[in-house]
Design a binder for this molecule. Structure first.
Ligand code: PEP
Length: 241
């Protein structure tokens, strides 16, 4: 399982140190990975301070180009040099505010894989699509457009319904189970595939989500900023094994 904390544009250098102090005394179970995704300038420190605690580090996005005149973008080579294990690609906020399209996501994921970093590709339907009962078809289509060609192992898909992100509302457990089953079915040729759920996961609803055997972890935004809650979610995942 993978418990991933997407810090987004929150928390500072001092928070990396606070997090380290807390996780120093925390037992990481080797069957459940913990990863955090701080802002780019903090990645180096996060790697430096947290790798002894068995916590993986990841980037929140990356360029779809290897290098060159792309002011403000961050290359996969730097992310790789820092020692990130994961890179989130196509988070709905990146799709909405930075025009990350399905074809960008496929190109960036292909680059990321070429540096032996595991992409966490985000997919998820809008409320409108959910109401039209088109979720499964929409997600299959996103996956077909975003997943790199010729990939046969090591991929994470984060199923994040747009209407569940940061709203406190989650789909029914049955809906989560069904969408995850659909994704696993679509990508059955990929070894070591993880399908994780994201969208308003908290320390109260997580146990029931982790009970679903098609859920291989969670991508957590708001609750990852409250370290106590994030660790409680992690413990709940361990308990589920
Ligand atoms: C996210 O943005 O990836 C996310 C899941 O956020 P939240 O947990 O706050 O809904």
């Amino acid at each position: 399982m993978l418990i991933a904390g997407n810090w987004k544009m929150n928390l500072k250098y001092d928070d990396i140190l606070k997090f380290r102090d807390i996780v120093n005394d925390f037992k990481i179970d080797n069957r459940v990975e913990m990863a955090i995704f701080p802002q780019f300038p903090l990645l180096y420190y996060a790697k430096e301070y947290l790798s002894n605690c068995n916590i993986e580090i990841g980037a929140q996005t990356c360029s779809s180009e290897l290098n060159g005149a792309y002011t403000g973008d961050v290359s996969v080579e730097i992310i790789s040099d820092i020692g990130c294990k994961y890179c989130i690609i196509g988070h709905s906020e990146r799709r909405e505010f930075h025009n990350e399209t399905n074809s960008f996501i496929k190109k960036a994921s292909t680059l990321v894989l070429s540096k032996n970093i595991i992409p966490i590709i985000c997919v998820g339907e809008s409320e409108e699509i959910k109401n039209k009962k088109d979720t499964n078809q929409f997600i299959r289509n996103q996956i077909r457009k975003c997943v790199p060609d010729n990939i046969n192992s090591d991929l994470v898909i984060a199923y994040e319904p747009l209407w569940a992100i940061g709203t406190g509302i989650i789909p029914s457990y049955e809906e989560i189970f069904n969408v995850h089953t659909n994704i696993i079915d679509e990508l059955s040729y990929i070894e070591n595939l993880k399908v994780i759920y994201g969208g308003s996961v908290n320390s109260e609803n997580c146990a029931k989500i982790f009970e679903l055997n098609t859920v291989h972890g969670a991508l957590i935004g708001g609750s990852s900023l409250k370290f106590k809650d994030f660790l409680a979610i992690y413990k709940s995942a361990v308990k589920q094994l």
